[in-house]
Design a protein around this ligand. Structure first.
Ligand SMILES: *Cc1c(COP(=O)(O)O)cnc(C)c1O
Length: 405
């Protein structure tokens, strides 16, 4: 398929997925946002300012690193890491927060609201708001507040008003509900800075565009180094933004295989994982948070509970472009459970001296699994979406309970 076959239509549909399923009051703000974003894509000043801040503030381009130690451990294909963990604030989320923050300024909105799961998007948004002089409110589920304390403190230090959400499963899904509810009431002066390739049109498109810098750099860096394209790309998938950012610039390259890695959680039982695409896992087409995609649900169509050791992957739906890419069989989707993600985490610490985010550890574990089955001539690039400082307590608790068992 040609690269253009992967663009959404004017209503934001990739095939049957995407669109805009929102309350009447949000239609006008979304139209305004769509028009502003379309104009901005062609705005030279905006592109220049974005490029400048990416370089000097975020520290892009991030390195493409050959992981010799991990490669030797796997004894198969060579493994490379795209080092998004080295970005300012420690994850890929800043790519999107910066782009949308600049857009909000252009639109004359001085007040930003955002949701957050692991806290990474909240930190990135609070950071960009401090940088650009904007007011910032972040919604976060109580369960995530509990397991991501350092990020809650960071957001508060950066001047954000963190609002704890106590409804539902008290995680990312509920934080998005609250943020959307608030936006309905305050759309005129408030910009909703959504954190993944999700939500009503134009968010999935816009977030993907701002994250595509990951894949664009990877393509350039790999070509310069190896004089060819990589064979395989691997990325973890919560809502799907780091993965689509890595994959999108390669979609037209037929020789490049791609794997999205979902959170296998504790078990395959419903409520204990976040694998929207796994057979028998409870995932089906449906609508959540304004977009039509694949959603984990029970037989009555109620949104299912989810679990993952990593807060950033703990979400019942997946971005609409991924649902489309799965149908087209352009990207394959796999899962890694909590225990194997922890093993991936330990492997990267031990063999490379890099402490990954638990989200990224899912991709590491899968890449090692894949590398073992592939010859040394092949090259796998893993998107190392973030660093693990925020996860140390979670890991300590888990290793602690293993030690005492
Ligand atoms: C938020 C997060 C993810 C998951 O979000 P996507 O939108 O799927 O990329 C993955 N890794 C890290 C480090 C994160 O912070």
């Amino acid at each position: 398929m040609k690269a253009t076959a992967f663009e959404p239509d004017a209503q934001g549909y990739w095939g049957a997925y995407g669109g805009r399923f929102v309350a009447e009051t949000l239609v006008a703000p979304l139209e305004e946002l769509t028009a502003a974003y379309a104009a901005l894509r062609r705005d030279r000043d905006f592109q220049k300012r974005l490029a400048e801040l990416r370089k000097d503030y975020c520290s892009r381009p991030t390195p493409l690193y050959f992981a010799a130690g991990l490669t030797e451990h796997a004894r198969g294909a060579r493994i490379f890491l795209k080092r998004e963990d080295l970005l300012h604030t420690g994850a890929h989320k800043i790519n999107n927060a910066l782009g949308q923050g600049l857009l909000a300024v252009k639109m004359g909105k001085r007040r930003i609201i955002a949701e957050t799961g692991a806290g990474q998007h909240g930190v990135a948004t609070a950071t960009v708001c401090a940088l650009l002089g904007l007011d910032c409110v972040v919604y976060m589920g109580a369960e995530d507040v509990r397991r991501q304390q350092p990020n809650v403190l960071r957001m508060r230090l950066l001047g954000a008003d963190v609002r704890v959400v106590d409804s539902g499963s008290r995680t990312l899904k509920d934080a998005i509900n609250e943020a959307l509810r608030h936006w309905v009431a305050h759309a005129r002066d408030t910009y909703y800075l959504l954190g993944s390739a999700l939500g009503p049109h134009p968010y999935p498109l816009m977030v993907r565009d701002f994250q595509s810098v990951i894949g664009e750099e990877t393509r350039r860096q790999f070509l310069a180094r190896e004089k060819r394209l990589p064979d395989v790309l691997v990325a973890c998938i919560g809502g799907g933004s780091n993965a689509i950012g890595m994959f999108h610039p390669f979609l037209g390259d037929e020789g490049v295989e791609m794997f999205g890695v979902e959170a296998g959680g504790k078990s395959k039982r419903r409520g204990e994982h976040a694998t929207r695409f796994a057979r028998g896992g409870g995932g089906k087409p449906g609508v959540l948070h304004g977009t039509h995609s694949w959603v984990l649900q029970d037989d009555a169509g109620q949104i299912a509970l989810t679990h993952s050791i990593s807060a950033g992957l703990d979400y019942p739906a997946i971005g609409p472009e991924h649902a489309f890419l799965r149908d087209k069989q352009r990207v394959r989707y796999a899962s890694v459970n909590d225990a194997d993600a922890l093993r991936g985490f330990e492997l990267l610490c031990k063999h490379e001296g890099i402490i990954p985010a638990l989200e990224s550890a899912h991709a590491i574990a899968y890449a090692v699994r894949l590398a073992r089955k592939r010859p040394p001539e092949q090259a796998i690039v893993v998107n190392l979406s973030g660093r693990g400082d925020k996860d140390l307590t979670t890991v300590a608790d888990t290793i602690g309970s293993k030690d005492s068992a």
